[in-house]
Design a protein around this ligand. Structure first.
Ligand code: ADP
Ligand code: MG
Length: 287
């Protein structure tokens, strides 16, 4: 999964921790004017923690916790890691629904964990108290996922993520290079806005399905923009491949790395800006 370790410039790339797939990548880097950033795991740490468990009337919160935890132990998603948190157990007929949630059988129950809209689509709308729980969580800039089993929504789990301490400075560096930053995420609008505010991004596109991430990159390109995309997830892979310059986080998934031109070994977003600056300078001197 490691791209060819041909390094930017005169060995500076190696020092910075940038892996480059091929020389063509550098040519693109020079022309980039827009940088699209995935939120979870790219701008934020992606190390989410479970901060609240809410159960529907008549449901034991411990059951919400356990059934969701066991199901999510079969997923690698940052939300799944927070929800699983040490739970283990057998999951049958596991299905990953990218950008939506997960489904599978635990202890003989058909369990779904995912975005509230997914549960509604599956015919398990949330009762009012759970809708309120989602609303409160999102208003606080958090991410709420809903839990259903045996045909009814039965709980809500709230997870929290933190912005990487290097992200705000990275956004400043992008701007200094004349790159317009855009935050693109499958997460809810309010959580996305809270992160954007913290790092200084105004342009936010939230609630996006994985297949629409690539559409958004195409739309920007159709406007004549030359787009760098930075991401880490399976759900970012198509957009990373579509972007004029795809940049993966080193700790990201193999598919994201394989779809990208550059990989940031340490996952520090500032290095993405440095890569652009460095390659502009390097190419400037070769020409
Ligand atoms: P992002 O763009 O922030 O990386 P994703 O596209 O991976 O987010 O996911 C979008 C939304 O889909 C999440 O905010 C969550 O509501 C839901 N989701 C995705 N995967 C899971 C999962 N394993 N468990 C629960 N919810 C999930
Ligand atoms: Mg991500």
């Amino acid at each position: 999964a490691t791209p060819t370790a041909l390094l930017v410039g005169t060995g500076r790339g190696a020092q910075l921790g940038i892996l480059v797939r091929g020389p063509e990548a550098l040519e693109q880097t020079r022309r980039v004017d827009t940088v699209v950033l995935d939120k979870t795991g790219t701008v934020t740490t992606g190390r989410m923690t479970l901060v609240d468990v809410v159960a529907a009337d008549g449901t034991d919160p411990a059951d919400v916790r356990r059934l969701a935890g066991v199901l999510e132990s079969a997923s690698e998603h940052p939300i799944a890691r927070a929800v699983a948190d040490g739970h283990t157990g057998a999951v049958e007929d596991f299905a990953n629904l990218p950008g939506r949630g997960v489904r599978g059988s635990v202890d003989g129950h058909d369990v779904v964990v995912g975005r509230p809209a997914l549960l509604a689509e599956l015919g398990h709308p949330l009762p009012d108290p759970l809708v309120d729980a989602v609303d409160r969580a999102e208003a606080a800039g958090r991410t709420a996922v809903a839990v259903a089993w045996d045909g009814a929504a039965r709980g809500v789990l709230v997870v929290a993520d933190g912005v990487k301490d290097t992200s705000a400075e990275a956004v400043e560096r992008f701007r200094a290079l004349g790159l317009a930053p855009v935050l693109l995420t499958g997460d809810n609008e309010r959580a996305a806005r809270a992160v954007a505010r913290e790092v200084g991004i105004d342009d936010v596109v939230a609630g996006v399905m994985p297949e629409d991430k690539v559409e958004h990159v195409r739309r920007l390109q159709a406007e004549g923009r030359v787009v760098a995309m930075v991401g880490d997830g399976v759900n970012d892979a198509a957009a990373l491949a579509q972007a004029d310059l795809g940049i993966a986080m080193g700790a990201g998934t193999d598919v994201a790395i394989e779809a990208s031109d550059l990989t940031l070994v340490r996952g520090d977003l500032r290095v993405a800006a440095d890569a652009v600056r460095l390659s502009r300078r390097t190419l400037g001197t070769i020409r």
